[in-house]
Design a protein around this ligand. Structure first.
Ligand SMILES: Cc1cc2nc3c(=O)[nH]c(=O)nc-3n(C[C@H](O)[C@H](O)[C@H](O)COP(=O)(O)O)c2cc1C
Length: 196
C-alpha cells in the first residue's frame, strides 16, 4: 500500500493550507493509500547549520531534534505533500526551515519512485509570482529522489482561516491532484518500499 505524508507549514490548525492538504490526502486515500500529517509548528527544530556533515560524511543530518522522526517518515512515504501559507511574499518560516533541512537527501537519494504536491495558500488575488515559490520546491524534490510527477496547487483569495472550506473549486482540485499522484505511482509500479 502507498503511503502519503502531509507536511503542514501553517501555525493555524485547520486553516486554509491544512484544509487543502487534507483534501489532497483524501484524494490519495481514495486510491487506497495510508496518510499522515505532520504539523511543523508543533515541532521543535532548527534551521540547517551548513556544517556539511550530511554532504561530506554521514549522509545524515548532524542535528538531533524533532525532525529526526520526520526524516524516517519521509523516507517511508511514497507521496510527499507540502502545504504552506504565503507570508510576506514567500513560504512560512516553518516551511522554509524544514525544506532547508532536507539536504541529507541530496547526498543519499531516496530509493524508489515517488510523487509530490506543493500547495501554497494566500489572501491576495491570483499571484503568478507566488506560484514560483511552489515551483522552486517542486523543482528541488527530484534532487532528493525519483519524484515524478510533482504537481503544484495555488489557493488565492484565502484570507480568513475558514476561507478554503468554502471554496469547492480548490477543494476539488486538491482532491483530484492527490488522487492523480497516487494513481500515477500505482500505474508505474512505483513506491518507496517496493524498490528497496
Ligand atoms: C505574517 C503573515 C504574512 C502574510 N503575508 C501575506 C502575503 O504576503 N500575501 C498574501 O496574499 N497573504 C499573506 N498573508 C495571508 C495568508 O497567506 C493567508 O491567509 C493564508 O491562506 C493563510 O493560510 P493558513 O490558514 O493555512 O495559515 C499573510 C498572513 C500572515 C499571518
Amino acid at each position: 500500500m502507498l503511503k502519503a505524508m502531509g507536511i503542514s507549514g501553517s501555525p493555524r490548525k485547520g486553516g486554509n493550507s491544512e484544509t487543502l492538504l487534507a483534501a489532497a490526502l483524501e484524494g490519495v486515500s481514495e486510491v487506497g493509500a495510508d496518510r499522515e500529517t505532520v504539523r511543523l509548528n508543533e515541532l521543535s527544530y532548527r534551521g540547517c547549520q551548513a556544517c556539511g556533515a550530511c554532504l561530506k560524511r554521514t549522509g545524515r543530518c548532524a542535528i538531533r531534534d524533532d525532525l529526526d522522526d520526520v526524516y524516517l517518515k519521509l523516507r517511508e512515504s511514497d507521496i510527499w505533500i507540502l502545504s504552506s501559507p504565503i507570508y510576506y511574499d514567500t513560504v512560512s518560516g516553518q516551511m522554509k526551515l524544514f525544506f532547508d533541512r532536507l539536504r541529507p537527501f541530496v547526498r543519499r537519494k531516496l530509493p524508489g519512485r515517488r510523487a509530490g504536491l506543493i500547495i501554497v495558500t494566500y489572501e491576495d488575488v491570483k499571484r503568478p509570482d507566488y506560484a514560483r515559490h511552489a515551483k522552486v520546491f517542486a523543482d528541488y524534490l527530484p534532487w532528493f529522489g525519483n519524484f515524478r510527477p510533482v504537481e503544484i496547487l495555488c489557493g488565492e483569495r484565502l484570507g480568513g482561516p475558514t476561507a478554503a472550506s468554502r471554496r469547492p473549486d480548490l477543494l476539488r482540485k486538491a482532491r483530484e491532484a492527490g488522487r492523480k499522484l497516487a494513481e500515477a505511482l500505482l500505474k508505474r509500479g512505483g513506491g518507496a518500499r517496493r524498490r528497496r
